[in-house]
Design a protein around this ligand. Structure first.
Ligand code: F6P
Length: 548
């Protein structure tokens, strides 16, 4: 396999980037009146406008040649067919099978996994209906009113991001809470107002070994048993979602209360599996299916659309253009919809845990920047916090602006204010304002020349800051499913082009191993001789202060 940097398309892009760095988007828009038409994609659920990037038709041709050279269509087929493209773990990557609403059979190691998925969906439906309708009772015969999902990373962020985004679609049959942090403050706060007779815990962990989740689950178990004085209560109040049935059973969860997960689903891509149970409990199973349908719709677009009009492919190519070729080091996710307030945290894990790596498929250090750091916040809040940096710092931060045409909120009179800001910001980031214009504006306002000379340089906005605009028609379970799948496939394409193993996460292991040794030291009189002096002294100080 050829190293990416030796591809003619890669080298052409490197040379082209040097030329493009001299260009301003304002001039590109002036020179090409068809830019929006040329550089936007309309899908049933959303519009992607990527015209406000530092690109020309030539840039896109070169990027598409790179995509072809990297055999994106062939890799895409391999993923959907269940080939073991997670090469370091020798596993298939089949979150798409979880939402395959066409229900076409897919065989993996001689087993029809579509049938397995359907069985689990059926089990989720029966269970969520029973709980929501009050037929599933707690140990004392009372109906369940509260669900607490205990999980972290992919076993938390996916379901929480979705239930937060779709609050308007909940009939409030149940209150759904999330506990992810091992800081006891979180679980204490969640449990404080709850009645143990009416709570259902979901222990959500693919591995069923994650320390944070196991610690929280043990605390929840203690809380329940000490309030109910009844060990049998566990069967009525604890369920698990895991690929490790044995550990869940050992924890005390009845086998019939264990929902299956599979090693061909990565944690950060798992909200479509039984990990999404809190979604079904909160919104109803039908809405969960609508979410899957939206994901499936995006899968079909990704599989069938030509690369040049393929939204996930475009997002991936633009990210690589902005970061690997033009040198941007971070990317902002800026939703203009309160309901998407967790989206940047969700995408942070999805992209950074997938592609935040620097060793190629061949096991060699890559000599190009891979993915940027992903960060963000609700756009409106960001405007009054860090947009100063986006507009005028000497780091260029490409940003995805995500908004919706129709609002779900019953409150009238706010949406146009919100969306006016949405459109204004991408325009300002691109167009900027030069010094001549700043001076003219100040003159027109009758300002003194001294004042104008002093202030004008500070009011200049260079513009030329790239943004993508994703405009959803309305946020619904279906359109949200499409949006999330759009980013999932973007991440897949990025990984292939950058030759990164997107589906493992070895980088989280080192810290986990050290933490478990240090925990032992914190809880005993032992000192580990292996620490560097900073860590050793910090631990000594901690223990000394604690024992004062
Ligand atoms: O440590 C990182 C990680 O393994 C993530 O990839 C995963 O989503 C999270 O921890 C939770 O893992 P689990 O579902 O096995 O508890």
């Amino acid at each position: 396999m050829t190293a990416r940097t030796s591809l003619a398309s890669w080298q052409a892009l490197s040379a082209h980037a040097l030329q493009m760095k001299q260009q301003h988007m304002n001039d590109l828009f002036a020179a090409d009146t068809q830019r929006f038409k040329q550089f936007s994609i309309q899908l049933p659920s959303l519009l992607l406008d990527y015209s406000k990037n530092l690109i020309t038709r030539q840039t896109m041709e070169l990027l598409l040649t790179l995509a072809q050279d990297c055999e994106i269509p062939c890799w895409r087929e391999k993923m959907f067919a269940g080939e073991p493209i997670n090469r370091t773990e020798d596993r298939a990557v089949l979150h798409t099978a979880l939402r395959n609403r066409s229900k076409t059979a897919l065989n993996l190691a001689g087993e029809n996994i579509t049938a397995r998925v359907e069985q689990t969906l059926e089990k989720m439906k029966n269970f969520s209906d029973r709980v929501r309708q009050g037929h599933w009772k707690g140990y004392s015969g009372k109906r369940i009113t509260d669900v607490v999902n205990i999980g972290v990373g992919g076993s938390n962020l996916g379901p929480q991001t979705v239930t937060e985004a779709l609050k308007q679609f909940s009939d409030n049959s149940l209150n759904v809470h999330y506990v992810s942090n091992v800081d006891g403050a979180q679980i204490a706060e969640v449990l404080r107002p709850l009645n143990p007779e009416k709570v259902l815990f979901i222990v959500s962990s693919k591995t069923f070994t994650t320390t944070e989740t196991m610690t929280n689950a043990a605390t929840a178990l203690k809380w329940l048993v000490s309030s109910s004085f009844d060990e049998q209560a566990v069967a009525k109040h604890f369920i698990a979602v895991t690929a490790n049935r044995e550990n869940a059973a050992q924890f005390g969860i009845s086998r019939e209360n264990i929902f299956e997960m599979w090693d061909w689903v990565g944690g950060r891509f798992s909200l479509w599996s039984a990990i999404g149970l809190p979604i079904a409990l909160d919104l109803g199973f039908d809405k969960f299916i609508e979410l899957l349908e939206g994901g499936h719709e995006m899968d079909q677009h990704f599989q069938q659309a030509p690369l040049a009009s393929n939204a996930p492919v475009m997002l991936a190519l633009l990210s690589i253009w902005n970061c690997t070729f033009l040198g941007a080091q971070s990317q902002a996710i800026l939703p203009y919809d309160q309901s998407l307030h967790m989206l940047s945290a969700y995408l942070q894990q999805a992209e950074m845990e997938s592609n935040g790596k620097s060793v190629s498929w061949h096991g060699e250090e890559v000599n190009y920047p891979t993915v940027p750091s992903i960060w963000g916040e609700l756009g409106i809040n960001g405007q009054h916090a860090f947009y100063q940096y986006l507009h005028q710092s000497n780091n260029v931060v490409p940003a995805d602006f995500i908004g919706s045409v129709a609002s779900n909120t019953p409150v009238k009179g706010h949406h146009e204010t919100l969306m006016a800001n949405f459109f204004a910001q991408t325009q300002a980031l691109m167009c900027g304002v030069d010094e001549a214009q700043v001076r003219a504006d100040l003159h027109a306002k009758g300002r003194q020349q001294d004042y104008i000379d002093k202030v004008a340089p500070h009011k200049v906005h260079k513009g030329n800051r790239p943004t993508n605009t994703i405009l959803m028609k309305r946020i619904t379970p279906k359109t949200l499913g499409s949006l999330i799948a759009l980013y999932e496939h973007k991440i897949f394409v990025q990984g292939i082009i950058l030759q990164i193993c997107s589906f493992d996460q070895w980088g989280v292991e080192l810290g986990k191993g050290l933490a478990s040794k240090i925990q032992h030291e914190l809880e005993s009189n032992e000192e580990n001789a292996g620490h560097d002096s900073s860590t050793a002294e910090l631990i000594r100080y901690y223990k000394a202060v604690k024992n004062q």
